[in-house]
Write a protein that binds this ligand. Structure first.
Ligand code: C2E
Ligand code: CA
Ligand code: CA
Length: 724
């Protein structure tokens, strides 16, 4: 593409035209000036010629006069003879005739008549008069010199008159020549001024035209430049360029080509932006929910920290994990799982303000970044809690997918941040830790991160390696907590795990079981518990005091999910020789919800062996009655949290009554755990619960102490029977 020639033409054409017109005007002006000059100079020449003639005529007359005067003097003194005189006379007659003619010609010239008509008439009269007297004088000189002299006097009078007139004519002519010169100069000046004015006007016109066309060009160039600037400025979508499109459709070749080039550039830019957007989308967004991914979250968090450093406002990071998502995914299939995640993403976005970030960082993990909270820690935390409460409430609402209703709850960990006090990685770690705390607090909960938790987390890492050692070095032992009936007669016991740590002393299971579950160590630990419990059952068989006791063993999800769990139990029973009917397995609701079909199948098989089941911590989970009805359960165990507040007139009393009624209706035994007071026991008893476990009857005890306690209880009940 060659740009330039037509722009040059566009720019130069008006200038060239204006210059041509200017030249024509100048030529015409010069031409007329020359004509004027020629005319006036020819008139002037004529005047000068007449002037000269008048002067010469006077001179020639004077010559004749002197000659005649000389001749007459000579004749008077007899120095001239008659013949010589005659010769002079005839010469003078000839000369006078010529002078007469010239004087007439001069007098008759229109110029002379015009400027001095009287002199013109007088001049030939005096010439002739002069001639006549001279001729007469020369004629008579030889005969009568006296008369001749008188005639010469007369002639002289005419000569003087002639000279006066000739002189006046000369003066007039000279005057007029001066006048003419003045006129010519004035005309020239006038012309000069005219040319100057024309020239300046022409130049101004030329400049105006040049400016106009330059402006037209520069406006188009400015349009192009502006378009390029807009394109170069970036932004998500290159701007539309209507001016450039019009230029392409309307302008001459060069501008059309230029406009086309700009439009091509824009098209390429659009294509590149689209490609970039696609790459960006892939790199920074989760393809399923279209939420930002972890990478983008980290970037936004970085910005949020800087922003918070400047504004002094707090921000919050909410780490969400869906509690029961895995169960739904496994039982209902990944398609349903995906739809659920998409719906969760939508709900999360509906809960947040514009400017907050909702990201999906893993399978069922989401992170919400809230910015611009209050500047005071407590107030900001309250805001974050409000948001997370709202999120929890919204996510808890039923999800109807493919005509099925599903329920999901989140565990939310919150970490607050202000400025760059913490690193991005650490913040995410802390939020994760807080989420974990929410999980252990019973799920569907919100927990704030506090640094103490972090210390605990680090301690966990140490504990993990110690746990592995604990199995090898046989640091575990079982404690037994008695379960009694309405008459406080022992019905059985729950086996509760203890870790005899070489330095820390006795470690409660709440401190290490979650870690063991997480790391998978619960599987070998759990089977050790099972083996130890069955061995205990076997030894109890030989003692009348313990023979009829049932032993409840806690089974963790991970352990139960083992593909060969049933076989393991069967093997342990066989190896120990314990009676399966005396073994009770305590399951939790989460286990059931996670995978109902598998749970039911395993429970049925184990039931066939004679093993019984108790539903532990009943009431804390969210399993529906629908599920429970399908399970081959023998007992439900009212969770101690309900028992604790049973008499304070709270909801818990109602819940406990409901659970008892439900157990009755379903033909299940009901046992209450965590019974610490007689008031609690009495309430439970009154409402139809006849089995109890709790400090009121006995704490979990090591084997020997448990045996001793049983003895005491037996004695006590024997006494009470003896004295009714
Ligand atoms: P859990 O199965 O609900 O066990 C009952 C817990 O309540 C025991 O805590 C027990 O000491 C405590 N408890 C009993 N009566 C009372 C009472 O009147 N008041 C109060 N405040 N507490 C009472 P522990 O022994 O610390 O066990 C905690 C949890 O550890 C157990 O809860 C169980 O989930 C788990 N666990 C214990 N042993 C095992 C085990 O062998 N295997 C598995 N998988 N989990 C175990
Ligand atoms: Ca239990
Ligand atoms: Ca329990």
């Amino acid at each position: 593409m060659k740009i330039g020639r037509s722009i040059l033409v566009l720019f130069m054409l008006p200038v060239l035209l204006a210059a041509l017109v200017g030249l024509l005007i100048n030529y015409w002006s010069l031409h007329s000036l020359r004509e004027q000059h020629e005319q006036s100079s020819s008139l002037e020449n004529l005047d000068v010629a007449l002037l000269t003639e008048a002067a010469r005529l006077s001179e020639d007359m004077a010559v004749v006069q002197r000659r005649v005067a000389g001749a007459l003097e000579a004749a008077d003194g007899k120095r001239l003879d008659e013949a010589q005189l005659y010769l002079i006379h005839s010469d003078v007659v000839n000369d006078l005739a010529a002078l007469n003619k010239r004087a007439s010609a001069l007098a008759e010239s229109p110029q002379v008549r015009e400027i001095s008509p009287e002199d013109a008439l007088a001049l030939p009269v005096h010439t002739r008069g002069y001639g006549n007297f001279v001729i007469m004088a020369t004629d008579i000189a030889a005969i009568d010199p006296g008369t001749a002299i008188r005639y010469i006097g007369k002639a002289q009078q005419h000569f003087i008159a002639f000279s006066e007139h000739a002189h006046r004519i000369s003066a007039q002519l000279a005057n007029r020549t001066t006048q003419r010169n003045d006129d010519a100069r004035r005309a020239f000046d006038e012309f000069f001024n005219q040319v100057l004015v024309f020239g300046l006007a022409g130049m101004a016109g030329m400049m105006l035209l040049a400016v106009l066309s330059a402006r037209k060009i520069s406006r188009k160039m400015a349009d192009v430049a502006e378009a390029l600037w807009h394109l170069s400025r970036g932004g998500d979508v290159p701007p539309a360029l209507p001016k450039i499109e019009r230029m392409r459709d309307a302008s001459g070749t060069d501008f059309r080509a230029m406009a086309q080039a700009v439009l091509n550039f824009r098209a390429a830019l659009v294509e590149r932006k689209q490609a970039e957007a696609q790459v960006y989308q892939l790199a920074f967004y989760d393809p399923l929910t279209h939420l930002p991914n972890r990478r983008l979250l980290v970037e936004r968090l970085q910005q949020a920290l800087s922003l918070s450093a400047r504004s002094g406002q707090y921000g919050a990071l909410l780490f969400l994990d869906l509690d029961n998502f895995k169960a739904i995914n496994d039982t209902k299939g990944h398609d349903i799982g995906d739809l659920l995640l998409i719906e969760v993403a939508k709900r999360l976005e509906s809960c947040t303000r514009e400017g907050d970030t909702v990201a999906r960082t893993g399978g069922d993990e989401f992170v919400v970044l809230i910015e611009s909270l209050k500047t005071k820690a407590a107030a900001a935390a309250a805001q974050a809690e409000l948001v997370s409460g709202n999120i929890r409430e919204v996510l808890n609402r039923p999800y109807v997918i493919n005509d099925y209703t599903h329920y999901i709850s989140p565990s939310i960990g919150i970490v607050m941040f202000k400025g760059h006090q913490e690193r991005v990685d650490d913040l995410l770690k802390y939020a994760d830790a807080a989420m974990y705390q929410a999980k252990t607090a019973g799920r569907n909960a919100v927990r704030f991160y506090d640094p103490a938790l972090q210390v605990a987390l680090e301690a966990r890492a140490d504990m993990e390696s110690e746990l592995r050692l604990a199995l090898e070095q046989q640091q575990f032992e079982l404690h037994y907590q008695v379960q009694v009936d309405s008459q406080r007669r022992p019905l059985g016991a729950e086996a509760l795990l203890r870790w005899q740590h070489p330095e820390r002393g006795m470690v409660a299971p709440g401190l290490f079981i979650p870690l063991a579950e997480e790391t998978g160590l619960i599987v070998p630990i759990g089977s050790w518990v099972l083996r130890t419990a069955c061995a205990r059952l076997k030894t109890w068989e030989s003692d009348a005091l313990t023979r009829d006791l049932k032993l409840a063993v806690n089974v963790s999800v991970r352990q139960f999910r083992q593909g060969d769990f049933v076989a393991q139990v069967r093997q342990v029973l066989r190896d120990s020789g314990a009676k399966p009917s005396h073994l009770k397995l305590e399951l939790t609701e989460s286990m059931v919800v996670d995978n109902v079909d598998d749970t039911i199948a395993k429970m049925r098989e184990l039931k066939q062996l004679g093993v019984s089941f108790s539903m532990d911590d009943f009431g804390t989970g969210y399993s529906s009655l629908q599920y429970l009805k399908q399970l081959p359960l023998d007992q439900i165990k009212i969770d101690q949290s309900f028992v604790r507040d049973i008499v304070s007139g709270s909801n818990d009393a109602t819940i406990v009554q409901t659970i008892i009624a439900m157990g009755d209706a379903m033909g299940l035994d009901v046992i209450a755990e965590g019974v610490e007071t007689e008031v609690q026991r009495e309430f439970l008893e009154r409402h139809g619960c006849h089995a109890f476990q709790g400090y009121l009857f006995g704490r979990p005890l090591p084997l020997d102490q448990f045996a001793a306690a049983l003895c005491d209880m037996r004695k006590l009940s024997a006494q009470s029977r003896a004295q009714p």
